[in-house]
Write a protein that binds this ligand. Structure first.
Ligand SMILES: Nc1ncnc2c1ncn2[C@@H]1O[C@H](COP(=O)(O)OP(=O)(O)OP(=O)(O)O)[C@@H](O)[C@H]1O
Length: 629
C-alpha cells in the first residue's frame, strides 16, 4: 500500500453533514449540552473579569481601610462563577452522553441492515475485517467525537475567540500582539490537517486489514494447525501489526509536533506580552486590574489552545470514520426488490434458464480503488455462463454435472438471486426471479451449500431458520431431521436444544452438512437447490438421505450439483455443463451411452464403490484437465 495514497478529498464539513439524518433526533439534547458547555466557558472567562473588578475596586479600596465587605463580595462572586461552571460542565456531560450513544447505535443498525441487504457479490469483494472495523471502531470513534470532540471544539473555539476579544478590549495593543500569534497557528493547522488526514485514513485502513487477518486466522485455525503454518501466520500478523504501530507512532508524532508548535507560539506570545504589559503598567498606560485580567484570561484561553491539536485530530479522525462508514452504506444493492413484485397464486416449481449469461462483477471497492490507483476500474469480465438454456419440470430432480470450475455453483446461485444474470433470465413458473420480491422468492427457493454454515445457536434454531411462519415448528423440525438423516441431534446433551458452537465447529463435517440440509428442507420450499450438500457423508448415509428426499419432497423441484455417481443415478435427468453451456440433458443411462464428455466427467467422480477414472474412456483433450471432487 502506498503510504502517500489518499482517498478523494471532500470537505470536513460536507462529510460530517451526512450525519444529519442520524443526528437529527439527538439535536435537542445536543443543543442543550452545547449551551451548558458555552455557559461553563463564559463562567470561566467571567472569573478574570471579576478579578479585574476585585483588584481595581474592592482590593484597592481596602488598602488602609478596615471595611472588608467588598473583598468578601469579590470572593463570593469568583466562587459563585466557579461553582456555576462546575455545575454546567456536569450538565453538559449528562445531556451529551445519550445523543452520542444513540447516533452510534442507529448508524450501526443501518449499516448492519444494509450489509444484510447487499448481494453476495459485495461480500465477495469486501474483507470481513474492514466491515468489522467500520461498524465497531469507526463508529465508536464517531461517538467519542460527537460526545466530546465536537462540543469541545465549538466551546474551545468560542472560548478562544471571546477570550482574545476580551484581551484586545481590555489590553489594547497587548491583546493585538497576542492575536498576532494566531497567524502561524493557522499556517501550522493547515499543514497538520492535510498530513494528519492521510495518516489517520492509513491507520484506520490498516486496523481493518489487521482485523481481517485475525478473522481469517481464527476462521482457518484448523487448517493453520493441520499444516503447521502457525509461525507463518504469526509472522504475517506481526508484520501488519508493526505497520500499524509505525503508523500510530507517526500519527502521535505529528499530533505531538502540532500541539508543541501551537502551545509554544501561545507561550512565547504570552511571555512577550508579560514584558510589554509590566512596562505599560509601570508607565501607567494600563491599570494593574487590566493586567491581572489580561493574564487571567490568557490562562483561561491557554487550555483550549493546547487542546486544539487534539480536537482537530479527533475531528479529522471522525471525518475519516464517516467516510469509511459511507463507503459501505453507499454501496448500491444490485440485487434489489422490483417496484411491483409479482406473487402468483400458486407456485408449481418449474425452473427455466433462458439464454442465461453470467460473469462475476470485478469493480474495485472504493478503498481498493484509491489504494491501488493503477488498478483498472473496469476489467474485461470472463463469462462463466455463456447462454444457458435449461428447463426443470415441476417436481423433477435434475442433477447438474460438469468439470470443476465449469460454473455449476454459479448457475444454481442464480435461482435464489444470490447473483443476478448478466443477460437472459431465470424464471420460476414463467415469472422472472427478478420480478418476485426477494422475501417471497426465498420462501419458494431453498438452498443448501457444500460448505455448510451454521450459527452459534441451538440445533432447533439453526434448522428452523428459514421455516415458514404459521406451521408447527416441532413437526417441521422432526420431519427435516428425519429427511436429512440428522437424528444424531437427539443424542446431543440437550437434544435439539443443544447450542452448537460457533459455525457448528463442535460437530463433524457430515453432521454439519446434514443440519444444513435439514434447514433447507424445513423451509418447505417449492424449489430445492442443493450445492453438493452431501459430500461429507458416507455413501450409505447419502443414499438414505437421497431416498428420503425423493420420498418426502416428491412434489419439490430439485436442482442438485452432483459430485458422485450415486447422486447422479438418483436424479430423474442430468444436465451436463460444459464450456459455459448445457451440452446435453438426458437420463444418466442415455448420456452414458451417447455423450463422451459426460462419460469422462462421470468417470472422474469420486465414489468409493466405483473402480475410478481409469476405467473410463477419457478424451485426450480433457484427460489432463483438473477434475474436482
Ligand atoms: N465469487 C466469485 N468471484 C469471481 N469468480 C468466481 C466466484 N466464484 C466462482 N468464480 C469463478 O467462476 C468459475 C465457476 O466457478 P463455480 O464455483 O461456479 O464452478 P463449479 O463448477 O461449481 O466448481 P466446483 O465443481 O469445483 O465446485 C470459476 O472459474 C471460478 O473461479
Amino acid at each position: 500500500m502506498a503510504p502517500s495514497a489518499l482517498p478523494p478529498s471532500t470537505a470536513v464539513v460536507a462529510t460530517l453533514a451526512r450525519l444529519y439524518p442520524f443526528f437529527r433526533p439527538a439535536i435537542p439534547r445536543f443543543v442543550a449540552g452545547m449551551l451548558c458547555a458555552l455557559g461553563a466557558s463564559l463562567c470561566a472567562l467571567g472569573i478574570p473579569q471579576a478579578l479585574r473588578w476585585a483588584v481595581d475596586g474592592p482590593l484597592m479600596g481596602a488598602v488602609g481601610s478596615s471595611d472588608r465587605t467588598g473583598i468578601w463580595q469579590a470572593i463570593a462572586l469568583v466562587l459563585g462563577l466557579g461553582m456555576l461552571e462546575a455545575g454546567l460542565i456536569a450538565a453538559r456531560r449528562a445531556f451529551i452522553l445519550i445523543p452520542g450513544t444513540k447516533v452510534e447505535a442507529s448508524m450501526r443498525l443501518a449499516l448492519f441492515r444494509h450489509l444484510q441487504d447487499l448481494p453476495s457479490a459485495f461480500h465477495d469483494q469486501w474483507p470481513g475485517g474492514q466491515l468489522l472495523s467500520r461498524s465497531m471502531s469507526d463508529l465508536g470513534m464517531l461517538r467519542r467525537w460527537l460526545s466530546f470532540g465536537l462540543v469541545m471544539l465549538v466551546v474551545n473555539t468560542t472560548t478562544i475567540a471571546v477570550g482574545i476579544g476580551l484581551m484586545v478590549h481590555g489590553g489594547g495593543w497587548l491583546g493585538i500582539a497576542y492575536l498576532a500569534g494566531a497567524l502561524p497557528v493557522i499556517w501550522f493547522s493547515y499543514r497538520f490537517s492535510s498530513r494528519f488526514r492521510r495518516i489517520s485514513r492509513l491507520s484506520q485502513d490498516q486496523a481493518g486489514d489487521l482485523a481481517t487477518t485475525v478473522e481469517e486466522s481464527v476462521h482457518g485455525i484448523r487448517v493453520l494447525k493441520a499444516f503447521g503454518r502457525g509461525r507463518e501466520a504469526y509472522q504475517n500478523f506481526s508484520v501488519q501489526a508493526d505497520q500499524l504501530r509505525r503508523t500510530e507512532m507517526n500519527k502521535a508524532r505529528t499530533l505531538g509536533a502540532f500541539t508543541f508548535a501551537i502551545t509554544a507560539i501561545s507561550e512565547v506570545m504570552l511571555g512577550l506580552c508579560l514584558l510589554a504589559g509590566v512596562w505599560l503598567a509601570i508607565e501607567g498606560q494600563i491599570s494593574v486590574g487590566d493586567l491581572v485580567a489580561f493574564f487571567a484570561t490568557a490562562v483561561v484561553v491557554a487550555g483550549p489552545v493546547e487542546q486544539l491539536g487534539h480536537l482537530v485530530s479527533m475531528t479529522l479522525y471522525a471525518k475519516t470514520a464517516v467516510d469509511r462508514y459511507f463507503e459501505v452504506l453507499d454501496s448500491p444493492n444490485t440485487v434489489a426488490d422490483p417496484e411491483h413484485p409479482r406473487r402468483p397464486d400458486e407456485v408449481r416449481g418449474q425452473v427455466q434458464f433462458d439464454g442465461v449469461h453470467f460473469s462475476y462483477p470485478d469493480e474495485p471497492t472504493p478503498d481498493q480503488a484509491w489504494r491501488d490507483p493503477d488498478r483498472p476500474r473496469e476489467r474485461p469480465r470472463t463469462e462463466v455462463l455463456d447462454g444457458i438454456d435449461l428447463e426443470i419440470r415441476p417436481g423433477e430432480t435434475m442433477a447438474l454435472v460438469g468439470l470443476t470450475g465449469s460454473g455449476k455453483s454459479t448457475l444454481i446461485s442464480l435461482v435464489p438471486r444470490l447473483f443476478d444474470v448478466t443477460a437472459g433470465a431465470v424464471r420460476i413458473d414463467g415469472v422472472d426471479v427478478r420480478d418476485y420480491s426477494r422475501h417471497h422468492l426465498r420462501e419458494i427457493v431453498s438452498i443448501a451449500f457444500e460448505d455448510s454454515t451454521l450459527f452459534s445457536a441451538t440445533v432447533r434454531e439453526n434448522v428452523l431458520l428459514g421455516a415458514p411462519q404459521g406451521h408447527d415448528g416441532e413437526e417441521d423440525l422432526q420431519r427435516a431431521l428425519t429427511v436429512a438423516q440428522a437424528q444424531f441431534a437427539h443424542a446431543l446433551p440437550r437434544g435439539v436444544d443443544t447450542t452448537i458452537g460457533e459455525e457448528g465447529l463442535s460437530l463433524s463435517g457430515g453432521q454439519r452438512q446434514r443440519l444444513a440440509l435439514a434447514r433447507a428442507v424445513a423451509a418447505r420450499p417449492r424449489v430445492l437447490v442443493l450445492d453438493d450438500p452431501l459430500s461429507a457423508l458416507d455413501v450409505a448415509t447419502e443414499e438414505a438421505v437421497t431416498a428420503q428426499l425423493r420420498q418426502e419432497l416428491a412434489g419439490t423441484t430439485t436442482l442438485v450439483v452432483a459430485h458422485r455417481p450415486s447422486t447422479v443415478a438418483l436424479a430423474d435427468r442430468v444436465a451436463v455443463l460444459q464450456d459455459g453451456r448445457i451440452s446435453a440433458v438426458g437420463t444418466h443411462t442415455d448420456l452414458l451411452a451417447t455423450h463422451e464428455h459426460y462419460r469422462f466427467v462421470i468417470s472422474s467422480l469420486v465414489d468409493p464403490t466405483s473402480a475410478g477414472p481409469e476405467d473410463a474412456a477419457v478424451p485426450p483433450s480433457t484427460r489432463s484437465a483438473e477434475v474436482g471432487f
